[in-house]
Design a protein around this ligand. Structure first.
Ligand SMILES: C[S@@+](CC[C@H](N)C(=O)[O-])C[C@H]1O[C@@H](n2cnc3c(N)ncnc32)[C@H](O)[C@@H]1O
Length: 275
């Protein structure tokens, strides 16, 4: 897939092109490490929101489809449409009730129907047109349905002591922003953005998995750094030795750092005729 120049993204590339290419060996496993770290939290929230039998669901940027499949297997929903710009991981693990659509959710004509649940996890943060996309996703929620958005939040600040981990994370966010447009700075605004898109009973929560050697989240970050190494080096903030040192640090008992977490925000679309 060739890189398409994009407004406001100096590198002019997009997710799955310069970094996180699905055809690169191990990319499915990287996504699965993230899923292992967060799926239980996501499923607990979706179940608490009442997602269950009878629900038609849309999972946007579904990746390897772990949430899509758990919605069917554990929550017993009626159907899930899993959408991704590359469905190779989804089609490798089909299950009854799981429909797949290979599509770019930023396309102006992306309109696969209306759903009681619309869910997007770790997708919008990579797409600079997030404002327009929240409005577009809002259109896909049926009256009385719920939009659930999860993305990364980094809770470190300029007072957080430097560690090999914090140094790498700073370079990673900066490098991804320059290369593909990833931007997590607006993620804490999700509740207001949902309210602005017409949703009611809006709320949000944050989960931060502990960085323990060998844990799914630690392996996820190590893999993510490996795949974004060129983007990080391009910032001039780190060199190869710093990347290698951070990977070793993450896998050691010396590690004492706060992972980036997952903010999940949700809002309900008013029933038709309701104010
Ligand atoms: C970090 S993965 C998250 C996967 C899954 N939602 C999860 O949380 O496990 C991001 C996914 O979004 C997909 N994606 C990125 N940009 C997209 C776009 N414009 N349209 C559709 N899917 C996109 C990628 O292909 C990838 O599978």
């Amino acid at each position: 897939m060739s890189a398409t120049p994009r407004e406001g993204v100096p590198g002019g590339s997009r997710y799955g092109e310069a970094v996180f290419r699905p055809e690169q060996a191990g990319e499915g496993e990287r996504i699965d490490f993230g899923a292992l770290a967060y799926d239980d939290i996501t499923m607990a929230r979706l179940r608490a929101l009442g997602v269950g039998p009878g629900w038609r669901c849309l999972d946007v940027g579904a990746g390897t489809g772990t949430v899509s499949r758990r919605l069917l297997d554990e929550a017993g929903v009626a159907s899930v449409l899993a959408v991704d710009r590359d469905v190779r991981f989804l089609s490798a693990r089909p299950v009854p009730g799981l429909d797949m659509l290979e599509a770019d959710i930023t396309a102006p004509d992306f309109a696969p129907g209306r759903f009681r649940l619309v869910h997007a996890r770790f997708v919008l943060m990579h797409l600079p047109e997030h404002d327009r996309l929240i409005t577009a996703l809002a259109e896909l929620v049926a009256p009385g349905g719920v939009l659930v958005l999860s993305d990364a939040v980094d809770l470190t600040s300029d007072r957080t002591p430097d560690t090999p981990y914090t140094t790498l994370m700073r370079a990673m966010w900066q490098g991804l922003r320059a290369t593909i447009g990833t931007d997590i700075s607006w993620v804490p605004s999700y509740p207001q953005l949902l309210r602005g898109a017409g949703f009611g009973s809006v709320a949000a929560e944050i989960h931060v998995p502990p960085l323990l050697p060998g844990s799914p989240i630690s392996r996820f970050w190590a893999d993510t750094w490996e795949r974004s190494r060129a983007a990080m080096l391009g910032t001039g903030l780190v060199d190869d030795a710093a990347v290698d040192a951070a990977v070793r640090y993450l896998d050691s008992d010396q590690c004492a750092a706060l992972s980036a977490g997952m903010l999940t925000a949700w809002g309900w679309k008013p029933e038709e005729g309701a104010r």
